[in-house]
Ligand binder design. Sequence first.
Ligand code: SF4
Length: 480
Amino acid sequence: MNEACGVVGVAFPTSGAALSIYHSLYSLQHRGQESAGISIAHEGNTRSIKGMGIVPWVFKGNDLLAVPGSVGIGHVRYSTAGGSELENAQPLTINFSGGTIAIAHNGNLVNSEELRLDLEQRGHIFLSDSDTEVIAHLLVKDLMRNNLVEAMRRLMRRIVGSYSFVMLLNDILVAVRDPLGFKPLCLGKIESEGEQGYVVASESVAIDVHDGEFVRDIAPGEVLVITRDRMESHQIYKQKNTAHCVFEYVYFARPDSVIDGRLVYDVRLKIGERLASEHPVDADMISPVPDSGITSAIGYSKKSGTEYIEALMKNRYVGRTFIMPSDTVRKRAVQLKLNAIKQNIKDRRVVLVDDSVVRGNTSRRIVDRVREAGAAEVHVRIGSPPIVSPCYLGIDMPTREELIASQKSVSEIEAAIRAETLGYLSIDGLVESIGIPANDLCLGCLTGVYPVEIPGEKCVLRQLRLEEFDCGDSGEVSSF
Ligand code: SF4
């Protein structure tokens, strides 16, 4: 599984946006490594730098110092909708009669195909296959006839799915979170060269990197409009329930981020403790599958009283994508990424704690690796319930046929990955560890029931039908 993207927007009164965005993107690198980009507004122009690869490959630090401008946005991308090409790298910029808009989007629209078709039939020409371009075209159309807030209201009435995006409209920074709040987005205050500014980002670590002050999460359905000297909040749509993605807590977000009021580290610790209560086992050591299993393994160890000892060491310098044409090469890829520490493992009964099982192949190779290194027994504990359905809301996941838990029972998976025992966290265990009611979480890939309408899938319709949307907008304003 891979996260789709990380976004950041920064606004200062006179200068300093580019370098601040660059540093924030570094802290969001885990959310996407395929491409990165920055757009900066300055004296009526919007300048963008984009490229393929991770942040330090795309930007040369010194070049960035030379990009003037006080307002800008940035993006790191892992592709879901749209392929992995430079034309799909973001921010996406469009010039129109009212100036320039640049958008950096995290999420996935479930109705982008039909919206695109409709726009194409009306003569719109698309340069990429990303759903972000659909958002941009719809917005430009509405901006020709309406003020910014009304245009946003109209846009949000039409698009369905997960979206947290930041946008530049000339030199105005706009931040938007979808009405169900699938993807995280938060607001902070930062300082650069003696100036106070605002930062909006996918995760709070992008505020911490500046020693900034976390202000709050952006509310589902809220639009923030930030200019050089003031910020307006418009609660455009308000739902009874939200649908925060549970995998942000399990896997995607950094443990040092605070998302919707919960420190991800605390949630993972509780997941590990709960897993130990639900699936205890006599063992000699608890080891994480690094990195995302680390905090849950600590929780499991704490609760079970069994020692935390690392069985596997991750090589952090191995890139995430390379073509693996044969099983031997795939096996070598796991060996390159994870080395077993034989001295820690030999003759011991090992509990491996991981965040999820997707296809099952990687889990099997890891279990084999630990056994080959001399383990007496290998028990696997998973910090999430079985993934039985695909994600349509911005996470890159295999099809239902490829998801092992969609095809096999837990005991069949246990046999397939060649573990002595296998235990998954229950859905109740996950919900209670997160500490947000189940009605306010998206559990679509765990239950097969989604919070928005997806053709061919079951749905609990938490998002009002589009024509039912309405909300009194308080238009709250605050100054820098
Ligand atoms: S379907 Fe699963 S991965 Fe996708 S948003 Fe919902 S909880 Fe997250």
